[in-house]
Design a protein around this ligand. Structure first.
Ligand code: FMN
Length: 397
């Protein structure tokens, strides 16, 4: 039995089997599906878990409750990694009252042919006895029906059940609350989770943070990763910065290459940026590093330089994929330089420019470098100039 605080129990599970979250994002350290149980005069469960883990989930519930019934199930988020157990769960607890908003109930019917019981909106409350629940609708963080449930007990301790917001990749290996865990592994994974899953929705995240500002929060209980207690302020500050797309000073240099010529350009650009005062520089081969890590670092740092060869009269397609993913995130406040290579008829450099003009809208920096065949002294000078231009720009901010 895992008590988070004052009769709020952790009843989540760990998934160390799945390779990729949403079929897309690698899970080298697994992921947790968190669910919480508030035991009071009325008993309330907040969210469920992925259906594959239903047996462990039921064991955790029974551990806390034995055969007592559950009065309410609050659904903060309908994504199937949290709602997948619902149809089965309802068979074990047929009298449970399902609490959600109008959009939750629409999805509940569509996904599982189930009916909601208590419809809430921002400002609605539910009294459990010693605990009171306040509901806060937070649409598009990161689905339309997403909401948060703020639970305050009579001693004044406030826990926010935040849905996917403030979540992290990584299974919970014994420790549940941040104070029980060495967080080194979770810092970057919280940012990778944010940038890949929530990153497109900076404006809704900002409006959710404003709604939460009225509460003095002691615990943030997300649906993935650690419960935040000692680091509530830090994780909220992180969300504030990331949702404003405010990266730290630094450059992500990302390239595609078949035979190493374009990579050589990237190395020269990186060295020049370093010599001109930039300390945070990361270099990625777009075919080698999973894009989720590149996206994460584009959110962490405000400069991006991309380069790729011309391929069949177009852009080397793995770079096309990355640029499409970046464009989907509506990233603002970022700077872009670019370069490319070709053998007989250049296309890559103009394709990258077109991506930026039409979809990315990063602020262009420096003069793009277009290399023919191999590295010449002139190309080397141009690459150095591009690295310097980005460094100068970021240093001037
Ligand atoms: C399958 C294939 C298709 C290519 N298509 C073109 C092309 O359409 N136009 C061109 O100028 N070069 C083309 N190239 C040549 C490369 O763009 C050029 O050699 C580039 O510098 C390779 O960069 P790398 O050494 O970083 O892989 C092609 C090369 C390959 C292997």
């Amino acid at each position: 039995m895992i008590e988070v605080t004052n009769n709020i129990y952790y009843v989540g599970v760990n998934d160390r089997n799945k390779d990729r979250f949403e079929g897309l994002w690698p899970l080298p350290n697994g992921v947790s599906y968190n669910s919480f149980l508030i035991v009071d005069q009325k008993i309330c469960l907040v969210d469920t878990v992925e259906v594959d883990f239903f047996v462990q989930f039921m064991e955790r519930l029974r551990d806390v409750l034995g055969d007592r019934k559950i009065d309410y199930l609050v659904i903060n988020h309908m994504e199937p990694d949290h709602s997948g157990s619902l149809a089965l769960f309802k068979k074990y607890y047929p009298d449970i009252q399902i609490v959600g908003n109008k959009k939750t109930f629409n999805m509940l019917e569509g996904f599982y042919n189930l009916e909601g019981s208590i419809e809430v909106t921002t400002g609605s409350t539910l009294d459990l006895g010693e605990h009171k629940l306040d509901f806060v609708l937070t649409p598009m963080v990161h689905w339309p029906e997403t909401m948060m449930t703020v639970c305050t007990n009579k001693q004044g301790t406030t826990s926010v059940f935040s849905g996917d917001a403030f979540g992290s990749f990584g299974a919970l290996n014994g420790g549940i609350i941040d104070s029980e865990i060495d967080l080194d592994a979770f810092h970057l994974e919280t940012t990778r989770y944010y940038s890949n899953i929530v990153g497109k929705y900076g404006i809704p995240v900002q409006s959710a943070l404003k709604k939460l500002a009225g509460f003095k929060i002691d615990y943030i209980c997300s649906t993935h990763g650690p419960v935040w207690h000692e680091h509530v302020k830090d994780v909220m500050a992180l969300y504030d910065r990331l949702s404003k797309y405010e990266g730290d000073k630094g450059i992500v240099i990302c390239y595609g290459t078949m035979y190493g010529n374009t990579e050589r350009m990237a190395e020269i650009i990186a060295r020049s940026a370093s010599q001109n005062g930039i300390k945070n520089i990361v270099l990625y081969n777009v075919c080698k590093t999973d894009h989720s890590y590149i996206l994460r670092d584009v959110f962490r740092f405000n400069g991006l330089i991309v380069g790729a060869p011309t391929y069949n009269a177009g852009l080397y397609h793995e770079m096309d994929v990355l640029l499409a993913e970046l464009a989907n995130k509506n990233i603002k406040n970022h700077y872009l330089g670019w370069f490319g290579s070709h053998c007989w008829a250049s296309k890559a450099v103009s394709c990258i420019k077109e991506w930026n003009d039409t979809r990315l809208h990063f602020t262009p920096v420096g003069t793009p470098v277009d290399m023919t065949q191999g590295l010449s002294p002139e190309t080397k000078v141009q690459c150095e100039a591009l690295g310097k231009a980005m460094a100068d720009k970021l240093n001037s901010l």
